[in-house]
Design a binder for this molecule. Structure first.
Ligand code: PGA
Length: 256
């Protein structure tokens, strides 16, 4: 059995200026014990403007937390007003970069090809994509959830030599920010389905090793049950990651 340490990542979205960000990370750190960090990897994913402050805090206080970014551009540099390259993120000791979040897909026109460019740029720079997939409600109701996820996974990982080096986040769009969570059985089944796609793309060992998170209204009250599922290797947490108490409880999910 591969060691798939769960990754609990707080995706803050467009929330918290750099001062609020420092305060939130300090409050989370205060609530976690060394054992919690041993059982799960903990990452915070603030807006770009807080990355430098959080990097400095993590290093100064020697916090065993990883830093993530919410987006990137796939080119190294150039005339791309408003964009941030993976190289710039890497200089801030960013480990994870979210690629293809459903909000980017739905609100900012990112298609599978764009997401694939980002995933490959992140890997090429030696960072780890948190590659998001998940079906909108309409497609779930039409019985197309698996085919949507299948298409997204294969397209997003095209040209990726080692899919196991990617963290995949299964986030059904209808569960994001809505308070509706997939049942732990459904979430586990879809994460298992994604694992089967990885087996098909890269073999059983890659499928056994790849970390697959669930995201979509993960909360203090449902984290332990979701994390207890065999195919779920962590959580991408939005709303609940903005509250130190709630996020800390999610990070301590192993305590039950
Ligand atoms: P939520 O967001 O936890 O607020 O549903 C999850 C996400 O968008 O990553």
């Amino acid at each position: 059995m591969a060691d798939r340490t769960p990754l609990i990542a707080g995706n803050w979205k467009m929330n918290n200026d750099h001062l609020e960000a420092i305060s939130l990370v300090q409050q989370v750190a205060y609530r976690l014990e060394p054992e919690d960090y041993e059982r799960s990897e903990v990452a915070v994913i603030p807006p770009f403007t807080a990355l430098r402050s959080i990097q400095t805090l993590i290093e100064a206080d020697k916090l065993p937390m990883a830093l993530g970014a919410q987006n990137c551009h796939w080119e190294d540099a150039g005339a791309f007003t408003g964009e941030v390259s993976v190289g710039m993120l890497s200089q801030l000791n960013v480990t994870y970069v979210v690629c293809g979040h459903s909000e980017r897909r739905a609100l900012f026109g990112e298609d599978d090809a764009t997401v694939n460019r980002k995933v490959r740029a992140v890997i090429d720079a030696g960072l780890v994509p948190i590659f998001c997939v998940g079906e909108p409600l309409e497609q779930r109701e039409a019985g197309e959830a698996e085919s949507v996820v299948d298409r997204q996974v294969r397209a997003g990982l095209e040209g990726v030599d080692d899919p196991a080096s990617v963290v995949i986040a299964y986030e059904p769009v209808w569960a994001i920010g809505t308070g509706r969570t997939a049942t732990s059985e459904d979430a586990n089944a879809m994460c298992g389905y994604v694992r089967d796609i990885i087996a098909d793309l890269a073999g059983d060992e890659a499928a056994e090793t790849v970390r697959i998170q669930y995201g979509g209204s993960v909360k203090a009250g449902n984290a332990a049950e979701l994390m207890g599922q065999p195919h779920i290797d962590g959580a991408l947490v939005g709303g609940a990651s903005l509250k130190a108490d709630d996020f800390a409880v999610i990070c301590r999910h192993h305590r039950g």
